[in-house]
Design a binder for this molecule. Structure first.
Ligand SMILES: [Mg+2]
Length: 369
């Protein structure tokens, strides 16, 4: 039996007692490929469907916990399914204590080493375990994590992919008409002049209330990034995201020092070590870990604590359903990235209203309401 206090920092002793009575019995994994309401072209590839791995954990007492993984590549879905099954085998019969499950899995696969599909598999178990724990104690996840905020500041990221100016402006107007005036535009056009023209046209068309951030999806060379960020610097952007390859943290650090507009990165950091390295290097002004790529809700929250120590504000990357709970439970929360890619898949999916999303009363994550 694992001690009740060992490695438990994210939940109360009382909730940990509940967790220590729920035993993981079974995993059920399916896949789904809902079509994106708006196909998305980025500087690093196009997306038309959300390729999803749907994970259900079952406990011996009949509780269930749900999570999902998103893959930009359909061909890798079977590998994710296989890895999630393999990860579950290592925690079958364990108590539903997410922090301990995740630490056990990361240690168990240390020889294999790790980032990538394996880390996402661990995340799928971790996220479903947090959801199951919510059902066990009858509370929404953010309350288990000590959060009290019920409305999370967000921005629209459902569309605004690289495309014709008319299509980008049309999508942006659609968001504004629904009351959501904060949004992220994908860049990576042929020239920076086109990008400046797009930004100024959006600001001119949508008016003063619009707030924009931009994302290069790692599409620029270091030289291009230094040149383009300088040109974009005076356009009032909330941030410039992933201008260069996510591995080039030293270059990102120099870019961050030279750019007045905040630099954002984090969705391609795969461990707490990478997060700490990025923070130590001042590779960005803000941080936005991806709850799956970082290894689950547990690792995301630990990353947020590291960022808090460094005085860095944290946003989420995709996975709006669980990410809103995580942001609601930290003091250094910045913005939820809202994408509508999973709104047809999960009945509990919350769409934004006036640049905020509301957390519901459903126990756990509430993927299915
Ligand atoms: Mg991004």
């Amino acid at each position: 039996m694992i001690s009740l206090t060992e490695n438990i920092e994210l939940m109360s002793r009382e909730d940990a007692r509940y967790a220590n009575q729920v035993v993981l019995k079974k995993i059920i994994i399916e896949t789904a490929t809902p079509r994106l309401p708006m196909p998305l072209l980025t500087a690093s590839g196009a997306l038309e469907n959300a390729f999803l791995v749907l994970v259900t954990l079952e406990s011996e007492c009949g509780l269930v916990g749900h999570s999902y993984l998103f893959s930009p590549n359909q061909s890798l879905l079977p590998s994710l399914v296989h890895a999630a099954n393999a990860a579950f085998k290592e925690v079958e019969g364990h108590f539903c204590v997410p922090e301990q499950l995740t630490d056990h899995l990361l240690a168990k696969f240390r020889l294999f080493g790790g980032t990538g599909i394996l880390t996402m598999a661990v995340a799928s178990i971790d996220m479903a375990a947090w959801d199951m724990l919510g059902l066990a104690v009858g509370k929404p996840l953010y309350q288990i994590l000590g959060g009290a905020t019920q409305h999370i500041h967000c921005y629209e990221s459902s569309g605004l992919g690289i495309g014709s100016e008319a299509s980008v402006i049309g999508q942006a107007e659609h968001f504004v008409n629904l009351g959501n005036s904060r949004m992220k535009v994908r860049l990576g056009y042929e020239t920076v002049n086109e990008e400046v023209h797009l930004i100024t046209t959006l600001q001119g068309t949508l008016g003063n209330q619009v707030e924009l951030m931009v994302d290069y999806n790692q599409g620029l060379s270091v030289e291009q990034a230094f040149a383009r960020c300088q040109v974009l610097d005076d356009h009032g952007l909330i941030w410039i995201e992933e201008p260069i390859s996510a591995e080039l943290l030293e270059s990102a650090s120099k870019l961050t020092a030279l750019t007045k507009t905040p630099i954002q990165l984090g969705e391609n950091l795969w461990s707490l070590t990478e997060v700490q390295r990025s923070l130590d290097l001042n590779a960005s002004n803000y941080l936005m870990p991806d709850v799956a790529k970082i290894g689950g809700a547990t690792q995301w929250l630990r990353s947020a604590k590291l960022a808090a120590k460094a005085g860095v504000r944290v946003s989420s990357h995709l996975y709006p359903e669980i990410s809103m709970h995580l942001l609601a439970s930290i003091d250094n929360a910045h913005y939820l990235e809202y994408a509508d890619w999973t709104k047809l898949q999960f009945s509990g999916h919350q769409a934004p209203s006036y640049n905020k999303v509301a957390l519901g009363d459903a126990s756990g994550v509430g993927l299915y309401g």
